[in-house]
Write a protein that binds this ligand. Sequence first.
Ligand code: URA
Ligand code: SF4
Length: 209
Amino acid sequence: MEEEWRRLELEILNCSKCRLSNSRTRAVPGEGNKKALVMFIGEAPGEKEDEQGRPFVGPAGKLLTELIESTGYKRSDVYITNVVKCRPPGNRDPEEDEIEACLPYLLKQIDLIKPKIIVTLGRHAGSTIFRLAGLKWTSMAVNHGRVYVGKIQGREVKIIPTYHPASALYKPPLRRVLEEDFKNTIKPTIDEEMGKKPQPRGKTLLDYI
Ligand code: URA
Ligand code: SF4
């Protein structure tokens, strides 16, 4: 497992499968708990991420960290990555062929982590994960804040699309929408999955008789 992760991360760091490799400073594989119940998937690294080689460390990352903490979990409890691992020049949208070239890395990460829940951030992540899961993407306005059940590589996973935190930075009313998606859908769904994990058993009356 460790060895597989090391190999995957090295492959991403040295990848030149698409044109984004020409303009990036550093590829950004992702970070967090490799046994997480929840994966957060964004679009692509921005300027700060490209400098530091870590996902969501700029202004959008600060908001994402606050939103995750608002659920009572820590950033380090979850795994955070992007659909595309290298920064598109000037933060333009990733192109179809770039997403296709990079997809095997995301699939491998999903395969290794086996998350129960995937939260997608923004339209690109939402529509890409829906396609992988055999679900029909309609629009962010329709799909955000709801739980969808799909299968990715034969494993059932709950998918919750929401807006990209960066969109709330230039459209302030979206911040409330994001906060409500975290409060009303994302937190309860994580809590429910946490409740299914076998808990270490404390002593009961039966242990004393
Ligand atoms: N926006 C993203 O989609 N991903 C990041 O890692 C940072 C900003
Ligand atoms: Fe490779 Fe993905 Fe970076 Fe393109 S975006 S060079 S496919 S790691």
